[in-house]
Design a protein around this ligand. Structure first.
Ligand SMILES: O=C(O)c1ccccc1NCC(=O)[C@H](O)[C@H](O)COP(=O)(O)O
Length: 263
């Protein structure tokens, strides 16, 4: 059993509850936000996807009392490409209320960071104001991955498809995922290793119209430079920004020029 198995067990219970909740209805894009894909494609610098993360299975409480609205405003002012809000309550102490509150105050692309296994969660994310959802390849079989990806796209959402290794990258490419993130965290040991990004990057079809992102364990500009060298368009950063006394400066130190863009 991995932490992912434990999380998915809770998600199955949550989905049953959501399906009973008649308030959740599919709705065409409620909030118009800029495209994450376009923002990352057009940028000359390594972009930051900044995460609102109160706690995690690997670290326990990180910043439990943080005001998500204040944090999101700092992120947006610092020019992040996207704000990610962890909405899982049981393992990350996040909530849909956090996402709804953030959605009201920012205009940037907004990622609902959760463990999605059913369409009703996608509807809920959109209803809360998200413009991007996460699909974790390790959590889904091929049929469900494709079905959820197509469903999200059909209601106007962008999808960050998360992989951990080259096999999962191949599965993401089979569904023609356009935005693919490598999570550097081993879900069995919680160890983070940026070599995961480097390994997957060797097999990533950069010549195609796709975006490559590195997620987890990014702490400083040296880490940013290391993953930027692989061809990553963005880093997804949670803990480092949540623990920082000056998140804006921390973000700035990660927004480095991409290799080949320096003149
Ligand atoms: O963060 C964890 O402990 C964790 C454990 C199990 C599954 C997922 C987990 N994290 C979710 C994330 O993807 C990260 O919050 C995100 O990539 C940011 O990571 P970091 O910058 O290392 O906080």
């Amino acid at each position: 059993m991995t932490i992912l198995d434990d999380i998915l067990h809770v998600k199955r219970i949550e989905v049953k509850q959501l399906l009973l909740d008649k308030q959740i209805v599919s709705c065409e894009t409620i909030v118009q936000r800029p495209s994450l894909f376009s923002a990352l494609k057009e940028s000359a610098r390594l972009e930051v996807i900044a995460e609102m993360k109160r706690a995690s299975p690997s670290k326990g409480t990180i910043a439990g009392e943080t005001d998500p609205v204040a944090q999101a405003k700092v992120y947006e002012k610092a020019g992040v490409a996207c704000i990610s809000v962890l909405t899982d309550e049981t393992f990350f102490k996040g909530s849909m209320t956090d996402l709804e509150a953030v959605a009201k105050v920012v205009k940037t692309p907004l990622l609902c960071k959760d463990f999605i296994i059913h369409e009703v969660q996608i509807d809920r994310a959109q209803q809360a104001g998200a413009s991007v959802i996460l699909l974790i390849v390790a959590a889904l079989d091929d049929e469900k991955l494709l079905r959820l990806y197509r469903y999200a796209a059909s209601i106007g959402l962008e999808v960050l498809v998360e992989v951990h290794d080259v096999n999962e990258l191949e599965r993401a490419l089979v569904i023609d995922a356009k935005i693919i993130g490598v999570n550097n965290r081993n879900l069995r040991t919680f160890e983070v290793d940026l070599a995961r990004t480097e390994e997957v990057a060797k097999h990533f079809p950069f010549h195609e119209d796709r975006i490559f992102i590195s997620e987890s364990g990014i702490r400083n500009s040296a880490d940013a430079e290391r993953v930027a060298a692989t061809g990553a368009a963005a880093v997804l950063v949670g803990e480092t920004l949540m623990r920082s006394n000056d998140a804006a400066s921390a973000i700035q130190s990660l927004q480095i020029m991409k290799v080949g863009e320096l003149s």
